[in-house]
Every structure is written in structure tokens, then in C-alpha cells.
Ligand binder design. Structure first.
Ligand code: GLN
Length: 506
């Protein structure tokens, strides 16, 4: 495997800036890797080789002209979840509904990446409209986990995280409504961050559940995630829920954390996230991670957040309710698929035929649940109650953060499950997000950092670290300290143990 594809984003940026290597060479090495292994992994829905090489050439021209780099990640390749609009480049959201759609504009995240000189390699696979935990709900087939090609890479952003684990890209972007960045990060042995709600613009992000959706960075190291975080974050007048506050200093925190001292940091272990349904190997890995934090000087306390037990049912009312409204825009009239428009049918019939053909089973299930929960006579009992639970969850976080700096838990109850194992059982699928959903409901920051491999099945496990809103830097500091200690204890990085997939068939 070429050294270039094994490098971190920070290393690549430094080599490009010092002309040790060109951005074009770096982009080409990753495009070659994609050509070599993506037939097996299927992380990408669309590879934009031409666009990537053109962007890389612009960075090289800039460097040759002696200009300062556009950003600390100028010239570094990235895989973009297909939920973000990209001008002129196909954007499907994993759905037949948007097959062939080339958006006329860039999402704010896309635009900021381009302005930073980040090289977008292509668009990654995802569960349709970001609804799922395995990428199996994609209309274009599942992505496979590079650790074991018979297993899921998590979801909904399985393509983004799998591309990192397969060394197809050193950086990726995901979105996290209930766990779709953190859970794929956990099961692929990579880092995934859900910033504070409103920390990264939602403009041009195809909406699933607007009060929960949050874009964030995916990477193989905590520092790389922090560098990417600072590029995409910050106020955007085009998103009414964007926070108008300084971006939390996550890069400085990641660098500080790497020094490895957590003296004085209070870490709360959430007592709700263990017991039945949790794989013993996941719990053992979590306990070892907590012991490591303690060794670094952190003070460990147990914290009970009783309302977290109701987070999953509340989420599965709120998210589908918002989705049923958001997805009304796919009406066969404005863009995307149109079925049965032969001049004999009414607009209503065409709309109905299109939605029947264009949406997959899980999306239809959510639209029906959401429509029901919002209907008169049921609104108070379902949507109203869920909103009350949401408030209780926020209060649990508030009282926890009155005594601790960060909270920790396993990211997801099990390691990567087998493709097909949970497709017939929606509840089993939904449980993958048991530990991640509270942070979405409350809007605070949370991330997953690899905590090694489970001693049962040799598959990656993730440590979740949660911080109060706009205190994203706190979790980066803890994550970076933990990552350094973990690697020192193991004698290597977690990701270095992933199968090489060398010469995997296309
Ligand atoms: N798995 C959760 C769901 O299906 C979360 C999805 C997400 O974060 N986009 O809704």
C-alpha cells in the first residue's frame, strides 16, 4: 500500500505545502486505491476523478506561486456523504427519488471545503435520506465494512466511514441525526464527530429531521477530525439554526490533549448505557478505556441520566414527524423522479405513483409513523409527549454537566453486525443508536474515538465522549489524550490492524 494513502491528513497537508509531494499525486494515489478496492467496499456512489484532479491542480498552482495554503488541509482528499448538494455533481441521498439529479448549487459545507482547497474525491453511500444504521437502506446496495466485508459499516453514513477504513480517503464528512457519524465511526475503527447542533451549517444538506440534523467530520485521527471541524464550522446566515458564536477551539484542544495529561478533568460514566443488549466485549473495551482515562489523571465518577432510557422512543417519534414534513417536497413536480406522467393522469396520481416508486420501505415507514404522530387527536399523546421527554433529556445533561466536564459511554451496544442480520427487525436496527441519540435530542456535542478491538470478535469498538453545547473542545482534548495513550499501550494504531484488501476484485 502506498505511503500516501496511509498518511494522516495533517501529514499530507504538510508534505503538499512543502512541495515534497504534489496534491495531484496525492489525489491520484487515492483514486487508484478507490479503483482497486471500491468494487468490494462500495463506499462511493459517485467518484469525481476529473473534479478532484482539477481541484488538486489548483492547489499545486497555488503552492508553486508561493501563496500561503488556503487552509491547514489544502490539497487533502475527502469523501463527501451524498446528502450534501454539490454543484453539477450527482446527489442522490441514497434514494431512487433523486437519481440523476445534479444540484444547481453547493451546500455551505461543500463550498467551505472547496474554498479550503480540500479535494473532494466523490460522494459516499448512505441509507436512503439518512434513515438507517447499516447503509442497507441505500437504493444502490449496501456498503461493506473493510474489517469484514460480510458486515455492515454502520449507518447512515457507512460509505464515509468505510472509505476511511479502506484507506480510500483520509477525511470524510457525515451527518448525524441520531448517530449516523458516531456509530459508523465506532464499527469501522475511525473517529466520528457530531458537533454542537448549529455548529456546522445545514444549508444544502438534504433535510431529514431539521431539529436534529448536524454535519460533522470523520477521520482516522482526532487531530485530523479537529482540523476538518474548524474548516466546516462557523456561522452561516443561510441556515436560521446556525449558531452565531465563535467556533470552539478544537484544534488547540486536540494538540493539548495529545500531551496526555487529564489531571483535573472530571469524566462521568453514564450508568444507563450497560447491561442487557450490550455485547460483553464492548463493555470490557469501554471499561479498559475508562481505566486509561483514569491513568491519565482524570477523575472518574458515575452519573445517572434516568431520562436517557426514553431517548430512543422519543427520537423515533420526533425524527419521523419532521421527516414526514421534510420529505413532502419530493412531489414529482419540482425535481427528481416523476412516474406516470403520460398526459392521462392527474397531478395527484403522478405524485402518488412517484412516491410509491421512489421511496424505499424504511422511508415509507418513517413517513407513515410521522404523519400518524402529528395527526389531530394523536399529536399530544405522541409528538407532544416526545417533546417533553426531549426536555427531560436536556435537563439530565445539564445536571450531569454541573458536576462533570464530559460524559462517556460505549458508542454503540455491539460491534458491526452481519449484512442482513437486522433488516427484518426494525427495532433491532434502531437499537444501534441507543447511546448516541440523547446528544442529538439535547443538541450538545459528542464524538466516537476507537477504543481498540473487541476481545470476542476482533472488531472495532468505539468510546463515546459527550460535552456540553459549544464546549466541543472539551471532548477533543479527552479524545486526543486517550488516543495517544491507547496507541502507546497497543504499540500501534487501531486502524493499522484493518485488513489490507490488497487487490480486492472490482
Ligand atoms: N440510525 C438512526 C436513524 O435511522 C440515525 C440516523 C442518522 O443519524 N441520520 O434514524
Amino acid at each position: 500500500m502506498s505511503d500516501l494513502i496511509r498518511s494522516t491528513a495533517a501529514e499530507l497537508a504538510a508534505k503538499i505545502a512543502s512541495r515534497e509531494v504534489s496534491a495531484v499525486e496525492v489525489a491520484q494515489a487515492h483514486l487508484d486505491r478507490i479503483a482497486e478496492v471500491d468494487g468490494s467496499v462500495k463506499a462511493f456512489l459517485h467518484v469525481d476523478a476529473e473534479g478532484a484532479l482539477a481541484a488538486a491542480r489548483r492547489v499545486d498552482e497555488d503552492v508553486a506561486a508561493g501563496n500561503a495554503p488556503a487552509s491547514p488541509l489544502a490539497g487533502v482528499p475527502l469523501a463527501l456523504k451524498d446528502v450534501f448538494t454539490t454543484e453539477g455533481v450527482p446527489t442522490t441521498c441514497g434514494s431512487k427519488m433523486l437519481e440523476g439529479w445534479r444540484p444547481p448549487y453547493d451546500a455551505t459545507v461543500t463550498r467551505r471545503l472547496k474554498e479550503a482547497g480540500v479535494v473532494i474525491l466523490g460522494k459516499t453511500n448512505m441509507d436512503e435520506f439518512a434513515m438507517g444504521s447499516s447503509t442497507e437502506n441505500s437504493a444502490y446496495g449496501p456498503t461493506r465494512n473493510p474489517w469484514d466485508l460480510d458486515r455492515i459499516p454502520g449507518g447512515s453514513g457507512g460509505g464515509s466511514s468505510a472509505s476511511l477504513a479502506a484507506f480510500e480517503a483520509p477525511l470524510a464528512i457525515g451527518t448525524d441525526t441520531g448517530g449516523s457519524i458516531r456509530q459508523p465511526g465506532s464499527v469501522t475503527g475511525t473517529v466520528g464527530v457530531k458537533p454542537t447542533y448549529g455548529g456546522v451549517s445545514r444549508y444544502g444538506l438534504v433535510a431529514f429531521s431539521s431539529s436534529l440534523d448536524q454535519a460533522g467530520p470523520c477521520a482516522r485521527t482526532v487531530l485530523d477530525a479537529a482540523l476538518l471541524h474548524e474548516i466546516i464550522a462557523g456561522h452561516d446566515p443561510l441556515d436560521s439554526t446556525s449558531v452565531d458564536a465563535p467556533v470552539p477551539p478544537v484544534v488547540a484542544a486536540a494538540r493539548e490533549g495529545a500531551n496526555g495529561d487529564l489531571t483535573g478533568v472530571r469524566v462521568g460514566v453514564v450508568t444507563q448505557f450497560s447491561g442487557e443488549g450490550y455485547q460483553p466485549g464492548v463493555l470490557r473495551s469501554f471499561e479498559a478505556a475508562v481505566a486509561q482515562l483514569k491513568q491519565l489523571g482524570a477523575e472518574i465518577v458515575e452519573v445517572s441520566c434516568p431520562s436517557f432510557d426514553y431517548a430512543l422512543p422519543a427520537y423515533y417519534l420526533i425524527a419521523p414527524s419532521e421527516a414526514s414534513s421534510n420529505l413532502a417536497r419530493f412531489d414529482a413536480m419540482r425535481y427528481g423522479l416523476r412516474v406516470g406522467d403520460d398526459g392521462t393522469r392527474s397531478a395527484e396520481e403522478v405524485m402518488s405513483l412517484t412516491r410509491e416508486a421512489g421511496f424505499g420501505a424504511e422511508v415509507k415507514r418513517r413517513i407513515m409513523i410521522g404523519t400518524y404522530a402529528l395527526s389531530s387527536g394523536y399529536y399530544d399523546a405522541y409528538y407532544g409527549s416526545a417533546q417533553k421527554v426531549r426536555t427531560l433529556i436536556s435537563r439530565d445533561f445539564e445536571s450531569a454537566f454541573a458536576t462533570v466536564d464530559v460524559l462517556v459511554s460505549p458508542t454503540t451496544p455491539t460491534t458491526a453486525f452481519r449484512i442482513g442480520e437486522r433488516t427484518g427487525d426494525p427495532m433491532a436496527m434502531y437499537k444501534a443508536d441507543l447511546c448516541t441519540i440523547p446528544a442529538n435530542l439535547a443538541g450538545n456535542a459528542a464524538m466516537s474515538v476507537p477504543s481498540g478491538l473487541s476481545d470476542e470478535d476482533g472488531l472495532p469498538v468505539g468510546l463515546q465522549i459527550m460535552a456540553p453545547a459549544l464546549q466541543d473542545h472539551r471532548m477533543y482534548r479527552v479524545a486526543a489524550a486517550y488516543e495517544a495513550a491507547r496507541d502507546a499501550a497497543l504499540g500501534h494504531t487501531v486502524i493499522s490492524q484493518v485488513p489490507q484488501l490488497e487487490g480486492a476484485a472490482r
